[in-house]
Design a protein around this ligand. Structure first.
Ligand code: GDP
Length: 297
């Protein structure tokens, strides 16, 4: 589907004579290809431009290693820079869950994979860290979403807060907190309501829940296939609610993962996990080198 960047760069460099160092012109020619590859991978234009400028500064004048071709060398510089930009300060998989019961707030648009991700993370915390987890759905507009979480809970052996009709999301959050304290849970996860688009009511509701729950982590779930839209959604949620990390779902799809780079460059928020399918085990800690490889193709 996409032309592999390494092949494309080799083609460019085959035409050039071998030199001791990467000349400015060589690098410029190669970086034009890199820019196209980034845009094809759905990286936004300003991010691709900044990225290419950073690589240009690093690559120009660099001695060409004997064992690899100049094309391979540029690919390596690009790969390292991608990894550098994508790597955050914190360990993506280490959720802050000391001081039990620790609240984790899950936010995102409807259909992003929020409920599925809530259950996947609960399963992970239970199995990998031996944590007792309680999940609660706050989606009072959609009874089916509440039931979906309960069904997933049964499937993975994680408790869900019993559904009580007529409560507001804030009341459910308070009840979850009490139930988690009394029940000796380590973590309670609040699966907030999603909408198809961000609107004032959605944000007001999530903010009200955040204020009563005081979450240790606020994870934004976004569909990794939605490219620039995913970045806009992340920026808006972060401005209005404040998020501690992003989960990119549908990374099992055939997208090239460029949203990850734009996400990191524009919002500055770390990507913590990636969703890789519908099954409850289909989630992994975010690995910058893997995404870098995928963006390069
Ligand atoms: P919500 O409305 O945000 O809570 O979304 P759901 O959790 O209900 O997910 C919507 C659909 O996306 C469901 O069919 C999920 O199985 C599916 N889904 C969620 N995460 C992933 C993922 O990482 N990969 C794939 N292929 N499907 C996913």
């Amino acid at each position: 589907m996409f032309e592999n960047l390494s092949d494309r760069l080799s083609g460019v460099f085959d035409k050039l004579t071998k030199q001791g160092a990467l000349s400015e012109d060589d690098v410029k020619t190669a970086l034009r290809e890199v820019r196209v590859a980034l845009l094809e991978a759905d990286v936004s234009l300003p991010v691709a431009r900044d990225f290419v400028a950073a690589v240009q500064a690093k690559a120009t004048g660099q001695a060409v290693t004997k064992s690899i071709t100049p094309g391979q060398q540029v690919v390596k510089i690009v790969h390292d820079e991608l990894e550098h930009v994508l790597t955050g300060d914190t360990d993506p998989g280490a959720l802050k869950i000391d001081n039990p019961p620790a609240p984790i707030l899950m936010v995102g648009l409807q259909g992003s994979g929020k409920t599925t991700t809530t259950a996947k993370l609960a399963k992970r915390l239970k199995e990998r860290e031996g944590k007792r987890v309680l999940m609660a759905s706050l989606d009072t507009n959609r009874p089916a979403a509440m039931e979906q979480l309960a069904i997933l809970g049964t499937q993975i052996g994680v408790d869900t807060l019993p559904i009580v009709k007529g409560e507001t999301p804030v009341q459910i959050a308070k009840r979850a907190k009490t139930a988690a304290s009394l029940g000796g849970y380590d973590v309670y996860m609040l699966d907030t309501a999603g909408r198809l688009h961000i609107d004032a009511e959605l944000i007001a509701q999530a903010a009200a829940v955040r204020d009563v729950a005081n979450p240790r982590e606020t994870l934004l779930v976004v569909d990794g296939l939605t490219g620039q839209d995913a970045v806009n959604v992340a920026q808006e949620f972060d401005d209005k609610i404040g998020v501690t990390g992003v989960v990119l779902t549908r990374m099992d799809g055939d997208g090239r993962g460029g949203a990850a780079l734009s996400m990191r460059a524009i919002t500055g928020k770390p990507i913590r996990f990636v969703g890789l399918g519908e099954k409850m085990d289909a989630i992994e800690t975010f690995e910058p080198s893997r995404i870098a490889g995928r963006i390069l193709g």
